[in-house]
Write a protein that binds this ligand. Structure first.
Ligand SMILES: Nc1ncnc2c1ncn2[C@@H]1O[C@H](COP(=O)(O)OP(=O)(O)OP(=O)(O)O)[C@@H](O)[C@H]1O
Length: 233
């Protein structure tokens, strides 16, 4: 079953001499339960695409069909509900609230979502059962990213969108975060999209979309994705 259909989507910033075609006629389909890696060089248009799929930005042209509904036609209010109920975001720099404990950061998200999971269960699942009452500053970068992932997962979203989730982490910690995302996707049959410039992680994905100059350069699938623990980069 197709979960996401991006159809001839373009995003143009500015106009005239300052016009930037961040996305230029992008089309692809993501099947339900796929771990998708969107890969490309800096400035290729990856974050723009992810933000449009996540309802944080809107496209200039084209359709974004999520589970049968075209969100490119949504009002601002509908987009807010869509983001709140269906999307979990993970960013490079965690974006945790510094004066709330780890578990309170997760509760913040679960409280606004209608089908939320138990925050304590999720904290244990990401390996932080014993760090729930710590503040972000008392946690390592990898632990903070685990809290950010727990916060995104606790909403029980259909779609987990991750923009360079290991960008601020060392190699080993980054690997454990990617393993967590791969497990979450495959064990729960959820959709996860990871945006990265690191082409070497492509083998971990079910689906790889390569973006260059705002366009899809390659769209391939791995029938037998490699466990993250077996990938070196
Ligand atoms: N709000 C904006 N206004 C104007 N131009 C923008 C805006 N956001 C992005 N762009 C431009 O659109 C292009 C694509 O940017 P985008 O951030 O999507 O690329 P990216 O592939 O995610 O890059 P990176 O890996 O460096 O984050 C770039 O040329 C960027 O400068």
């Amino acid at each position: 079953m197709v979960m996401i259909k991006v159809q001839h989507s373009s995003k143009i910033y500015g106009s005239g001499e300052t016009e930037v075609r961040a996305n230029d006629d992008i089309s692809f389909a993501i099947r339900s339960g796929e771990l998708t890696v969107i890969v490309g060089a800096s400035g290729a248009g990856k974050s723009t695409l992810l933000n449009i799929i996540g309802g944080m930005d809107t496209n200039t042209k084209g359709n974004i069909i999520i589970d049968g509904t075209d969100i490119s036609q949504y009002s601002t209010k509908k987009l807010t509900t869509y983001r709140r109920n269906q999307i979990g975001f993970v960013f490079q720099f965690y974006n945790l609230v510094p004066n709330l404990t780890a578990i309170e950061n997760v509760e913040l998200a679960s409280e606004i979502a209608p089908n939320a999971l138990n925050p304590e269960d999720i904290m244990r699942e990401v390996g932080l059962g014993n760090r729930m009452t710590n503040f972000p500053a008392q946690l390592s970068g990898g632990e903070q990213q685990r809290v950010a992932i727990a916060r995104a997962i606790a909403k029980n979203p259909d779609l987990l969108l991750c923009d360079e989730p290991t960008g601020a982490l060392d190699y080993k910690t980054g690997k454990s975060i990617l393993q967590l995302l791969q497990n979450f996707c495959h064990e729960n049959h959820k959709n996860v999209i990871i945006v990265t410039h690191n082409g070497l992680i492509k083998p971990m994905a079910d689906h790889v979309i390569e973006i260059g100059d705002g366009q899809v350069k390659q769209d391939t699938r791995n029938t037998d994705p490699t466990p993250v623990s077996e990938i070196e980069w």
